[in-house]
Design a protein around this ligand. Structure first.
Ligand code: PYC
Length: 332
């Protein structure tokens, strides 16, 4: 029996996949995108697993659905799906979703050049440049980002002691800088990063509580951001961001870049108004910037922006039929 047919626009943002699902949306209840995210997770997670996991997706797969806005002045709302779950916010996902939706005429901005987005993490404003029907770049003004825990020393089985910071940029990031038990991203193979990351994440979540002060459904350190020296001209820093069970972000990671800027700002290493060009594991770049500062429930926070680009690679009509033993995906 056919469980669903999903038309998708497939593409990537600076190398990391974005699958924008344009039909087959589940009807979601709730006044906010955070409420709708909870409804999706409770009742429709099979859609995410079918579209993100093998054989229809892969370890890095990431995507989104568009919904009507949940605020009066919003243009459109986004629900993010990924191999790891439903992220409260996703930067590369937003840049791809905005690019594909504008190029395919799926959204009409109230104000040309700007889309007001309702996301589970809150309001994100996306500015863009469009020429000859193509979006050249998207600059998103992300939710406030802050350093939640600084200089925490954790003991990780098989690795030893690591000093980490934990910062929020739309998701909670464990930030690991080079030190005795970690030599930096370019001196560590992808296989080693993939083996070390889940251990670090488990150790942090066993010892340190990460809960967003304004939305307790946003909780847990989900991503590990390993840092290192950049290789590309113009880059301020490089990273390798681990997510899900086996993914290293091919883009510089928008929410990770926001978290990293919040960490550097809190430590006096990046100033408001300064550009921060962040380089991904494959060498692609986002331009980050601290646009201002604010306060979130007693935490001093930054207002980050992230600029990047995306391309469409094709159109895909995905069917999920329960006579297929792998209809709802698998992970190895
Ligand atoms: O760009 O925010 C991001 C992101 C999160 C997970 C993968 N990419």
């Amino acid at each position: 029996m056919n469980k669903g047919t999903f038309f998708c626009i497939d593409g990537h943002t600076c190398g990391n996949p974005v699958r924008l699902v344009t039909s087959g949306h589940p009807q979601l209840e709730g006044a906010t995108m955070s409420d709708k995210r909870q409804h999706f997770l409770a009742e429709f997670d099979w859609v995410r697993r079918a579209l993100m996991f093998e054989p229809r997706g892969h370890d890095m797969m990431s995507g989104s659905f568009l919904y009507p806005p949940t605020t009066e002045d919003g243009d459109v709302a986004i629900l993010f799906i990924e191999t790891s779950g439903c992220l409260p916010m996703c930067g590369h996902g937003t840049i791809g979703t905005v690019t594909f939706a504008l190029q395919q005429g799926l959204v009409t901005p109230k104000e040309p050049g700007r889309l007001r987005l309702d996301t589970p993490a809150g309001r994100v404003d996306a500015y863009y440049s469009m020429r000859d029907g193509r979006v050249e770049w998207v600059k998103l003004f992300n939710v406030p980002a802050f350093l939640a825990h600084r200089n925490e020393v954790i003991s990780v089985p098989g690795i030893g002691e690591l000093q980490v910071d934990i910062a929020y940029g739309g998701n909670f990031y464990i930030i690991v800088e080079p030190q005795g038990n970690f030599k930096g991203t370019h001196a560590t193979s992808a296989a080693e990063l993939l083996a070390m990351s889940p251990k670090v994440r488990d150790a942090v979540n066993a010892q340190i509580a990460c809960v967003h002060p304004l939305d307790p459904t946003v909780c847990g350190a989900s991503h590990v951001l390993w840092t290192g020296d950049p290789k590309q001209p113009g880059s301020s820093a490089a990273n390798a961001v681990f997510y899900g069970d086996k993914a290293i972000d091919r883009s510089p990671c928008g929410t990770g870049t926001s978290a990293r800027m919040a960490q550097l700002f809190a430590k006096g290493e990046l100033q408001s108004g300064e550009d921060f060009v962040h380089e991904s594991y494959i060498g692609s770049q986002f331009i980050g910037r601290i646009e201002g500062t604010t306060e979130i429930a007693g935490h001093s926070a930054i207002l980050p922006s992230i600029q990047g680009w995306a391309r469409i690679t094709g159109h895909n009509c995905i069917t999920v039929d329960d006579d297929d033993p792998y209809a709802f995906g698998f992970q190895v």
